[in-house]
Design a protein around this ligand. Structure first.
Ligand code: SF4
Ligand code: SF4
Length: 352
């Protein structure tokens, strides 16, 4: 640990330390990060926001509510080439990333989702492609002081504040960000960027702002008795209604930060002499997803696919990963052209 002499007092910087990042130093801070890391953070895209590699610090927008796709996309990529092959039998493995990256400004729900992906891809049979990206990644998270219209993380305890899973954690205090140190790597960043340490009393201000955010949620998903509710309502009339409404387009799964299914396909070049094997995000909402040899399909019926999505998120994940598979980000609600809302499905089952 290093000793910092900021704000007129000596304190060792380490896990649990507090620092302050004045807002007018944000771009300098990002600039310093960019000297050492590939930085991926929220940027504006039209009226929405996306996670993108930062080329200019002034692109960073920490005032976002949500992004179209979650930051998962830089760890579990929508398209990932596994290797290339040639007619002569030559095979070239895809190069793994070799520069460390920072996921900057990640909201608590998305950090929780990454911890679920860590279990899915890093436990029994570690996935080398996911792990190669994950091991090179630091997370600078951002507590939510503003709330999107479809967010419901507060009812799942996955937001608006974060307790673990970050290297640094920022909270907007108005003129500055409170910076909490969560790891040795985070300690190193605070040291190298020379952030001023902050007194403990700043945590009171942080809690006030987060309490204020908690009052802004308009949606919730009650988890009390949720497993029993789902088990008892496998034949609830809501499923019949959803069959008529759902287009089985898969958008809800494509934007979900905890969905991890993929397909593996061979892409042959036009020369027919070479190609590449690639994996691509897949969706349990699509007809072909459960189709096997000779055309048999285990989930031909749309209601089976809709139920699979909802039951996997809210019932089947827990025995697998020790947590619900939904982090309340609300993206599936925003993405659905038919306005199908996972929170409303549970409200209907509860008869509220
Ligand atoms: S986005 Fe909506 S319409 Fe499309 S598959 Fe999901 S629930 Fe169905
Ligand atoms: S199911 Fe919907 S609300 Fe839950 S984590 Fe996935 S996209 Fe977010």
């Amino acid at each position: 640990m290093a000793i910092a002499k900021h704000l007129g007092f000596n304190e060792r910087i380490g896990i649990g330390s507090l620092a302050l990042l004045p807002k007018d130093h944000l771009y300098d801070f990002v600039d310093q990060l960019m000297e050492e890391f590939v930085v991926v953070g929220p940027v504006a895209k039209g009226s929405e926001f996306v996670f993108s590699e930062i080329r200019d610090p002034e692109q960073v927008r920490l005032d976002y509510e949500t992004t179209i796709l979650p930051p998962k996309k830089v760890l579990h990529r929508p398209f990932q080439t596994l290797f290339s092959f040639r007619e002569d039998g030559g095979i070239t493995e895809e190069e793994r990333i070799n520069k460390r990256q920072v996921l900057f400004g990640v909201h608590p729900c998305d950090v929780h989702a990454i911890s679920i992906l860590d279990k899915a891809y890093g436990s029994e049979y570690p996935d080398p492609y996911y792990m190669a990206h994950r091991e090179q990644t630091l997370i600078i998270a951002l507590n939510c002081t503003q709330v999107g219209k479809n967010c419901f993380c507060h009812s799942l305890d996955t937001g608006p504040s974060l307790k673990e899973g970050y290297d640094l954690l920022l909270t907007d205090l108005g003129c500055s960000y409170l910076v909490e140190v969560g790891s040795e790597s985070g300690t190193g960043i605070v040291e190298r960027t020379g952030l001023a340490l902050a007194p403990r009393v700043k945590m009171v201000e942080k809690e006030k702002r987060l309490d204020n955010a908690r009052k802004k949620f308009r949606k919730r998903l009650l988890t009390q008795g949720l497993h029993e509710l789902l088990e008892e309502n496998f034949r609830h009339p809501i499923w019949e209604e959803l069959i008529k409404s759902c287009l089985a387009c898969g958008s809800c799964t494509m934007v979900c930060p905890t969905c991890f299914c993929y397909n593996v396909v061979d892409k042959i070049d036009l020369s027919l002499k070479s190609g590449r094997r690639q994996r691509e995000w897949d969706s349990c909402m699509l007809l072909e997803y459960a189709q096997v040899a000779l055309g048999h399909n285990f989930r031909r019926d749309r209601d089976a696919r809709i139920k699979q999505r909802i039951y996997h998120k809210l019932l089947y994940y827990e025995p697998q990963f020790g947590t619900l598979g939904c982090v309340g980000c609300g993206r599936c609600i925003s993405a659905c052209v038919k306005k199908i809302d996972i929170t409303e499905i549970i409200v209907r089952m509860r008869g509220e």
